[in-house]
Design a protein around this ligand. Structure first.
Ligand SMILES: Nc1nc2c(c(=O)[nH]1)N[C@H]1C(S)=C(S)[C@@H](COP(=O)(O)O)O[C@H]1N2
Ligand SMILES: [Mo]
Length: 410
């Protein structure tokens, strides 16, 4: 079979097909991609995104990362000038023996963060996705110090039920973008989730201003809006409910990342009688990912209204790609650094695809007669739920089935 003369481009051994009953979550031993697919797979976007490649949806007038370096220094948005206040909520105060405040000269700074990092730094992979957008903004390895390590410095005693937090907002209350978490999530990590962190590095490099640097919150299982950029304040409260800015826009602020698939590269047209390579990505949400499927539907083929999510369609399994041999960003030795959550010290992932990250897939559509078609894709999670189930509602995170048009000519 595999001759050593074949190049990687023609023949990608690093591809695995998923098999098994929905819900089994079985991944077959590495199988080769069909030859026609290998080139399309090799053209795919990098697995990890350089920081500048992330999409940006953050608010502000001006957006804080657009401030001049001098201005950023003045307002505490450089590593040298950054200060974080960790204070009780004035209306519903948690009892703290030692708040960290500017006025008392006890505010937390970047040196103190690096000191904590020596002992407590963690790293984990996470896909950053906006709850309202049908495509991940970026995928990275995030590094930081667990938020709880900083909270312990305030010596909390009682009446602490929730943490509110926000970032620099041009000193304009209307521009404040707040988020919140139950305090239990900060102090203890459920199941095998990584901790909520104060993040200062992304893919091994200092967090850039555009990504929320010098310091942002990163919540492994959460949508983008919980990951507050340009962090400046953490408020410890005895309130027991959320006050997220995103909640005011009808969003379900407790919804963890969903599993869903998207199309990346589908030709607008193809020749009749030739098979058609397509590629895409999938977000592995809290429910994991067992497979990705595609469906080719002639545009004039009717579909029963009773089945709006196409449960009864003749879906065909796509190939979910196994871990990339090149991660797409500069990493020491080209490998995921030792001590990264979800990876062995060798740099190999413990499971694939990994929850709360992005997967990549490729599919070879069969040769088609001339005509117009709609191409659909969907993901199936580890419990066998087909997208958009088990949580189909729009405002708990985008999970609508994606589709695109394809014209096949004679
Ligand atoms: N301070 C601040 N943090 C913020 C936002 C913001 O507007 N201001 N937007 C949030 C939203 S809605 C998303 S989706 C993510 C996007 O992260 P990214 O810009 O790194 O891709 O940032 C979040 N953090
Ligand atoms: Mo967002």
């Amino acid at each position: 079979m595999a001759s050593s003369k074949l190049t990687r481009r023609e023949f990608i051994p690093a591809a695995a097909a998923l098999v098994g009953a929905a819900g089994g979550g079985e991944v077959a031993a590495a199988a080769e991609l069909p030859r026609e697919l290998a080139a399309a797979a090799a053209r795919m976007e990098p697995y990890l995104f350089p920081q500048s490649r992330f999409q940006d949806v953050s608010r502000g007038n001006p957006i804080p990362h657009r401030l001049s370096e001098e201005r950023r220094r003045e307002v505490g948005l450089t590593r040298e000038s950054w200060q974080l206040e960790v204070i009780p909520d004035s209306a519903n105060p948690a009892t703290l023996a030692r708040p960290l405040t500017r006025t008392q000269g006890t505010a937390f700074n970047f040196d103190a963060l690096m000191k904590l990092a020596e002992k407590h730094a963690v790293r984990f992979p996470k896909v950053m996705t906006c709850l309202n957008i049908g495509c991940p903004l970026g995928m990275g390895i995030w590094e930081g110090v667990p938020l709880r390590e900083v909270l312990w410095l305030t010596q909390p005693k009682e009446n602490l039920r929730r943490v509110f937090y926000y970032g620099y907002h041009n000193d304009d209350p209307k521009q404040m973008f707040r988020s919140s978490l139950p305090i239990s999530r900060v102090f203890e990590d459920p199941f095998d989730l990584p901790p909520v962190i104060l993040c200062y590095k992304l893919n091994g490099e200092w967090l850039e201003p555009q990504r929320g640097g010098p310091v942002r919150v990163v919540v492994p299982e959460a949508y983008g809006f919980k990951n507050i950029k340009w962090l400046s304040h953490v408020v410890l409260t005895n309130l027991f409910y959320a006050n997220d800015t995103y909640g005011e826009q009808n969003n379900d602020v407790d919804s963890p990342l969903k599993t869903f698939a998207g199309l990346l590269d589908v030709p607008a047209s193809a020749k009749a009688g030739t098979s058609i390579p397509i590629t895409g990505w999938a977000q592995c949400g809290l429910g994991g990912l067992s497979r990705v499927q595609t469906w080719v539907r002639p545009v004039n083929q009717p579909w029963p209204d009773e089945d709006p999510t196409f449960i009864g369609a003749p879906w065909v399994d796509a190939h979910v790609l196994s871990p990339p041999t090149s991660w797409g960003v500069d990493l020491p030795g080209g490998r995921i650094p030792p001590g990264t959550h979800g990876f062995h010290d060798s740099g190999a992932p413990k499971q694939w695809p990994m929850r709360l990250t992005k997967a990549q897939w490729a599919a070879l559509l069969p040769p088609l007669p001339p005509g117009e078609y709609t191409i659909y894709c969907r993901a199936i999670d580890e419990k066998g739920h087909a997208q958009p189930m088990p949580r189909p509602f729009r405002k708990s995170g985008h999970a609508a089935i994606q589709f695109t048009r394809l014209v096949v000519t004679a």
